[in-house]
Design a protein around this ligand. Structure first.
Ligand code: SF4
Length: 284
């Protein structure tokens, strides 16, 4: 057997140096991962869900198991999700969650906020609206959808025979992005667990996703809102229908008819499931 005399070579020294360097890099990497995990960063790949699996026949999309994995990975509230809560339990759970979210400093949006905008409405709502993020007035008042877009949302809700107090309204982000810029991917990943937990507690019969960010986040897709709107999907066994955001409608009033068409589908879904609903919807 050939014996290599390492004592005459510089190789062992270089090998040891390289090993030390690799160990040092691994330590840095490990510390970084630990820190980001503590901050709630999700290391699972957020694959587009919808891809080519759009069902043109039934117009219904069931999310694949990757979404469930992502949601489970988001679960740092460590709560029982399978239990259907009664209304007073929902109020209590939402209250506890709100207290946690008010202290949240997971992303940099915490620095400039005046108020956390947690969400508002009936904790036992059958219909839940999910928007994008608080704007100026929402940030000032700590309430979702209170500006002009909010007034339009109120009219949309009333157009199907409901009151604002009958539904629950929340956003993907709970703090206002500066100058109302679009949420970035990191903010969405860090803030989504709050919304996911809200949905788990409320368990609405149907979610109406308002605009690109709400629809794309909840459906884990990059499909455009123009393609997604007006169609029924499923989000964690809850029906979901996407439509345009009221702020978009203020800029593009010509598309109001499309939203009216979409929201009538929500109304019809609630009516068709009246025997299951917690309250009946008035005839409109
Ligand atoms: S936007 Fe969400 S994640 Fe960021 S600080 Fe506010 S509550 Fe926390």
């Amino acid at each position: 057997m050939k014996v290599i005399n390492m004592s005459k070579s510089v190789k062992p020294v270089k090998l040891q140096e390289a090993k030390a360097e690799v160990l040092s890099l691994l330590k840095v990497l490990s510390d970084k991962v630990d820190l980001e995990r503590k901050l709630g960063v999700n290391y699972l790949q957020l694959d587009p869900v919808i891809k080519d699996s759009l069902s043109s026949e039934e117009n219904v999309i069931t999310q694949p198991s990757t979404q469930e994995s992502v949601c489970n990975n988001f679960d740092f509230y460590n709560e029982e999700k399978s239990v259907e809560l009664n209304k007073s339990e929902k109020i209590e759970e939402l209250g506890k969650l709100e207290e946690q979210v008010k202290k949240c400093i997971k992303c940099e949006l915490c620095h400039a906020r005046s108020n956390v905008v947690f969400g508002a409405g009936d904790p036992d709502a059958e219909l839940m609206f999910v928007g994008e993020a608080p704007g100026y007035y929402e940030d000032q008042q700590g309430e979702p959808f209170v500006g002009k877009a909010g007034q339009l949302l109120t009219r949309i809700i009333e157009s199907i025979g409901l009151k604002r107090s009958d539904v629950y309204i929340a956003n993907i982000l709970k703090c206002r992005p500066p100058d109302n810029r679009n949420p970035n991917a990191n903010e969405i990943v860090l803030c989504s667990p709050h919304l996911i937990r809200q949905i788990e507690i409320i368990r609405p019969m149907i979610i109406c996703a308002l605009g690109t960010f709400a629809a794309q986040t909840l459906l884990d897709t990059t499909e455009s809102i123009g393609n997604l709107r007006g169609r029924f999907f499923e989000y964690q066994s809850t029906k979901l229908l996407a439509t345009y955001h009221p702020a978009y409608l203020l800029r593009n009033p010509g598309d109001k008819k499309k939203v009216w068409t979409d929201i009538k589908k929500v109304r019809d879904f609630l009516k068709e499931n009246a025997s299951l609903t917690r309250r009946s919807i008035t005839n409109v």
